[in-house]
Design a protein around this ligand. Structure first.
Ligand code: PLI
Length: 467
């Protein structure tokens, strides 16, 4: 099996605890079969998320020592501003403590009640902020994105015909912007192509609609463009990232992913009026516009992290290929998962893994819990629980994709950790028939996946009424 050796060596280590299966059965019961509620010290390999879990470099730690903790005008703000302008090309930005804070400010400023926000598949926090601002998210991603077995190379693309139909139906005045995400998370980390974003730009120019990028995983997306799109094999990651951003009017960004930091985010734009309005909002919800939600040292680490993410192409090649290696191991064992492999995670197809469970028994939630019990590896549900309920009908959304995400933190785990996780999941697949479905014992009203609690459905027991 081919893999790219790590382009770094380890200078600091953090011990992790090996647990027994009995320990893990107890821990998952206490956590209500929700991997978000496990204590991290009970986890051996943490593949819950790639968000804020990166290992920082020695240069980032050194930069933190140079944090200028001034309330106003910190030098780290100006360095971060210069870096964002250089790497992503946006003129203005406001720092936020993480991505959802940027989504909040953008949604409040751009969306009016009754608007429709088309996008390439929903993301949980993004859609919630759109709804809170009175908007309705409309999925205009290509159909291939909803098919875990489709090998289409750019399953993140927007279907421009779907967008045209929406405009014909609701009118262009009801569309404040297009929400355009790189390496679409909920689709399995699937990239957009340059051809798609160029076509979208031309389309939006015709109607005078903004394109707001979710810039959270653009560097990973650039790697897929370099690898798969004609004419890009000899372009650097840095050039491709700049080109992607150049077709958009601004972005929200969770810097906790590509940005290689443990906390941070921003809202960026080219239009001065929008910037002035964003500065007025950030000071209410986050902090003064020259620190927003971040300390000086956090901004210093982020500026360095952004530079490292694009300085040479070796890092991102290793990062995406490490994810691919895990996917290839699972392919070799015939385990159903989303293909082509995404940049930040491998997504198991829980409907195909557990065909004996109905989607109302939350197969992805059940599978994530069982992976933890069997292996000590923590994964995340991305299916019916994450999708939530339709606000109008109250029914579960029952999304086409019922997935378990094995998310790879950046620069954290070695080749043997990945092999350990693959071996454990392959072993569990042999015993998949014994995995039981789940039912809610506690269901939060919004973003329920974070804090929901479940119990196992015993054979022949009636499904409980909703709490
Ligand atoms: O977790 P935040 O607030 O920094 O960012 C929210 C957010 C926005 N867009 C996208 C594409 C995300 O993936 C995202 C957060 N993702 C998380 C936490 C994840 O585990 O994937």
């Amino acid at each position: 099996m081919k893999y790219i050796p790590e382009p770094f060596k380890i200078k600091t280590v953090e011990p992790i605890k090996m647990t027994t299966k009995e320990d893990r059965i107890r821990a998952i019961k206490e956590a209500g079969y929700n991997t978000f509620l496990l204590k991290s010290e009970d986890v051996y390999i943490d593949l819950l998320t790639d968000s804020g879990t990166s290992a920082m470099s020695d240069a980032q730690w050194a930069a933190m020592q140079l944090g200028d903790e001034a309330y106003a005008g910190s030098r780290n703000f100006y360095d971060l501003e210069k870096t964002i302008q250089e790497v992503y090309g946006y003129k203005y930005f406001v720092p936020t403590h993480q991505g959802r804070a940027a989504e909040h400010i953008m949604s409040q400023l751009l969306i009016r009640p009754g608007d429709y926000v088309p996008g390439n598949m929903y993301f949980t926090t993004t859609r919630l902020h759109q709804e809170k601002a009175g908007g309705k998210f409309v999925d205009v991603i290509v159909d291939e994105a909803h098919d875990p077995a489709s090998t289409y190379p750019f399953k993140g693309n927007i279907d421009i015909d779907k967008l045209q139909r929406l405009i014909d139906e609701v009118g262009v005045d009801k569309i404040p912007y297009i929400s355009y995400e790189t390496c679409v998370n909920m689709a399995g980390g699937q990239p957009i192509s340059i051809a798609n974003i160029r076509a979208l730009r031309m389309f939006c120019d015709k109607y005078n609609i903004k394109i707001m990028l979710d810039n959270t995983r653009t560097v990973e997306n650039a790697y897929f463009i370099q690898k798969r799109e004609a004419g890009y094999a000899n372009r650097s990651i840095k050039e491709i990232v700049a080109e992607i951003c150049s077709y958009t009017d601004g972005c929200t960004c969770s810097a906790k992913k590509d940005g290689l930091v443990n906390i941070g985010g921003f809202l960026a734009m080219n239009e001065e009026e929008f910037f002035i309005a964003a500065k007025a909002q950030v000071v209410i919800y986050e902090g003064l516009h020259t620190y927003g939600g971040m300390s000086g040292r956090d901004m210093a680490a982020l500026a360095q992290g952004i530079r490292e993410s694009v300085d040479n192409d070796d890092y991102i090649k290793y990062r995406v290929e490490q994810t691919n290696y895990l996917g290839e191991r699972l392919t070799g064992a015939g385990i159903p998962h989303v293909i082509p492999h995404g940049g930040h995670a491998i997504f198991l197809d829980a409907k195909a893994f557990l065909p004996h469970l109905d989607q109302e028994q939350f197969p992805a939630q059940a599978l994530a819990a069982e992976i933890y019990v069997e292996t000590g590896v923590r994964a995340m549900e991305r299916g019916n629980v994450s999708a939530g309920r339709n606000t109008e009908t109250g029914e579960n959304y029952r999304p086409k994709l019922e997935l378990v995400r094995l998310t790879i933190p950046r620069r954290v785990y070695t080749q043997s950790h990945i092999d350990y996780a693959a071996d454990g999941i392959i072993n569990l697949y042999q015993q998949r028939n014994k995995i039981k479905g789940l039912q809610f014992v506690f269901e939060p009203k919004v973003l329920r996946f974070f804090q929901a609690r479940f119990e196992q459905i015993e054979q022949d027991s009636p499904v409980k009424a909703r709490v």
